[in-house]
Write a protein that binds this ligand. Structure first.
Ligand code: CA
Ligand code: CA
Length: 145
């Protein structure tokens, strides 16, 4: 894996968008995926920057989650907004991280992202259940740089 364009095929990207839609049927939380080549700053800081650029702070319950991936750097970060951090333990994302990590190590990028997304949906369900008034607050499309 080297380039962002080669990281996922069109079909794989469509499958990921479907996984986001599926996960968001479990929860009012919003999930986004951002993929770029590399970052000049620390990946955690860059994830926060992208979170802001994508206006992911603008959810009613402050419950958006970003999966950030820097393809050339072989790095990913999961970042959840403060509405989530206020109600979950600090190691909340560990299971999701491990799922993505183990798939990525086997070059299973699409699988890792999809399993991670569905896991996030499951994890958020108890804290932020889906309800009838829920709207799709953030686009489900993959963000790329
Ligand atoms: Ca929603
Ligand atoms: Ca959404």
């Amino acid at each position: 894996m080297s380039k962002v364009e080669d990281f996922l095929s069109k079909t794989e990207e469509e499958e990921i968008v479907l996984a986001i839609k599926k996960a968001e049927r479990n929860t009012s939380g919003e999930i986004r995926v951002h993929i770029e080549a590399t970052s000049d700053i620390a990946h955690y800081d860059r994830t926060l920057e992208v979170f802001r650029l994508l206006k992911m702070f603008e959810t009613k319950q402050r419950n958006a989650v970003l999966i950030y991936i820097a393809v050339e750097d072989h790095k990913f970060v999961i970042y959840g907004d403060e509405g989530i951090n206020d109600v979950v333990p600090p190691n909340f994302w560990d299971t999701t991280k491990n799922i993505i990590q183990s798939n990525f190590q086997q070059q299973q990028f699409k699988e890792g992202i999809i399993k991670g997304i569905l896991q996030i949906g499951e994890e958020l369900k108890s804290h932020f259940p889906w309800n009838e008034e829920d709207i799709d607050e953030l686009p489900n499309t993959i963000s790329k740089n």
